[in-house]
Design a binder for this molecule. Structure first.
Ligand SMILES: [Zn+2]
Length: 515
């Protein structure tokens, strides 16, 4: 079987999704999970785009050992230098350099002639080849480019040192039949194509990203670029999980395989959904809540008699476990540590103590602690914002159908000050948010508020997601607690802390060293 390299761009293209902004700790956590999923390449960001991106790409490159880490770069020397500075500490530094090749992009965006574009592309690859062991070159908007021109530029960048040639459908315009033709054409006409791997990168504007990616694989692509849950610019990218499972279930047809650990798919999908705040629709293929639910009587009857009557993918294949009880109030530290290990995480003693305390707190209120609960506790702990400028110490809410909801809150600040305030609102959550706004003494606009339960049952953990605008920055925040009002307060304060962290970090001297 042909081996297909999986290039995950959740942290670069996926992070470009409207409304998504992951912080440093969250990006690192996702990268570690992608390593467990065993992708071949992680695109960690666009190092030259901001100091924050530079810092996270560098940390990911230095942390991840099980796969190659790459960063996106424009075809200019300063970008390439910055990307090298971010990636050089990695096990397999890889540059992803791009330039647009379609007539529309060359004329209106780049304002360059085709020959000038070739020259810039070749120069940047040649320059990068001096220090990067692996160079991937991308033809932006390739699927709307002239094929003869594409052949010409691809031949020259391969000669200059590129070993992966990515042919993106940047605007999500192509059809499966057409993309198949592009890949076959390049295979047949690029004279030195045996020295490079062809890669596909599809967008879902017409709902064909996965079908197009699979067609490209059929016609010679040896690498597929995709994101977890298909998140990304506009309508998103091709879904990693759908491509991976299609290749596995229909290996008879595609005759191609990846090295992915498919049973890490569900966990990866949940983590990305949780941290980005982008909900996975119930009917989403492979990872949706209903993906394995048989509703019709005839189907249920069939599945009971013989699973394969209506089930082509088993839940176990992608790591969907029936949400069984794993721990309870009387579980000890050792059992807890073992479970964390089973979930694929290693923790040091200090972390373990904090996690165990959070677990004990929860076990006092909730009878059965499920795998999902543990995962929620673990994620909260792992991605806690680096500095908590504000911390809620006490929260009291007065609510009755016939009186005005009032919240009283005590918070501590980073410098140890204690703040106390009370305010009313038309509902309990509004009362809390009005109180918090008074305490931080600056207007906060609430753009989105969502609540969901972590698992089933009356005593389930509540998870609140908010999006706010504060001090001219838009950011999201999350809070998990046993009570919905406490979770609401936590999410809001988490968002405020994230804005403060971002402001602090952008002022770091790193900015100066970048150029
Ligand atoms: Zn893209």
């Amino acid at each position: 079987m042909r081996k297909i390299n999986v290039f995950d761009t959740t942290l670069r293209d996926g992070e470009q999704s409207a409304g998504v902004n992951l912080n440093f700790e969250e990006k690192l956590e996702i990268a570690k999970q992608l390593e467990r999923l065993n992708v071949d390449i992680i695109e960690a960001g666009f190092p030259a785009s901001s100091p924050g991106d530079f810092r996270s790409v560098k940390a990911i490159a230095e942390t991840i050992k099980g796969c190659s880490v790459t960063g996106l770069s424009r075809s200019v020397q300063s970008d390439i230098d910055t990307t090298w500075a971010a990636l050089k500490g990695g096990v397999e530094p890889r540059l992803h350099v791009f330039i647009a090749t379609s007539p529309i992009h060359m004329t209106y965006k780049l304002k360059k002639t085709p020959d000038e574009v070739i020259e810039t592309a070749v120069q940047s690859v040649r320059y990068a080849a001096k220090f990067f062991p692996h160079i991937q070159w991308s033809a932006e908007d390739a699927c709307r480019s002239d094929l003869k021109f594409l052949v010409k530029i691809v031949e020259q960048v391969i000669d200059a040192g590129a070993s992966v040639i990515n042919i993106p459908d940047t605007v999500g315009y192509i059809t499966p039949h057409e993309i198949g033709h592009i890949f076959s054409y390049l295979k047949e006409n690029v004279r030195n194509i045996d020295r490079a791997i062809l890669s596909t990168h599809c967008h879902d504007d017409l709902g064909m990203a996965v079908a197009n990616s699979l067609s490209a694989i059929e016609h010679g692509a040896g690498q597929v670029e995709c994101t977890i849950n298909g998140i990304g610019e506009r309508a998103g990218n091709a879904s990693l999980e759908e491509i991976a499972v299609a290749l596995r279930i229909r290996h008879d047809y595609y005759n191609a395989e990846t090295r992915l650990k498919l049973n890490e798919i569900k966990r990866t999908s949940s983590l990305v959904s949780k941290l980005t705040g982008m909900v996975v629709p119930n009917n989403k293929a492979v990872v949706g809540a209903n993906a394995f639910a048989h509703e019709s009587g005839i189907h249920q009857d069939g599945v009971l008699k013989e699973k394969t009557t209506y089930e082509i993918i088993t839940p176990e294949l992608v790591g969907v476990s029936s949400n069984r009880m794993v721990l309870g109030k009387h579980s000890g530290r050792h059992a807890f540590k073992e479970k964390i290990k089973e979930l694929g995480h290693t923790v040091n003693d200090e972390e373990l103590s904090r996690l165990f305390n959070a677990f004990k707190d929860l076990a006092d209120k909730k009878k059965d602690i499920t795998e999902e609960d543990l995962f929620a506790i673990l994620t909260e702990e792992r991605v806690a914002t680096s500095v908590a400028y504000y911390k809620v110490q006490q929260l009291q809410v007065n609510y009755g159908t016939n009186n005005i909801p009032t919240a009283t809150i005590t918070m501590t600040t980073l410098d140890g000050k204690e703040l106390q305030e009370a305010a009313t609102g038309s509902g309990s959550v509004e009362a809390i948010y009005n109180t918090l706004e008074r305490m931080i003494n600056s207007p906060v606009k609430l753009l989105d508020y969502r609540i969901q339960s972590v698992s089933g049952g009356r005593d389930a953990l509540a998870e609140v997601y908010v999006k706010i605008r504060y001090e001219e920055l838009e950011t999201s925040g999350r809070g998990t607690a046993h009570d919905v009002l406490e979770a609401s307060a936590k999410a809001y304060v988490n968002a405020i802390n994230r804005v403060m962290n971002r402001k602090q970090k952008d002022e770091l001297p790193e900015k100066i060293h970048l150029s």
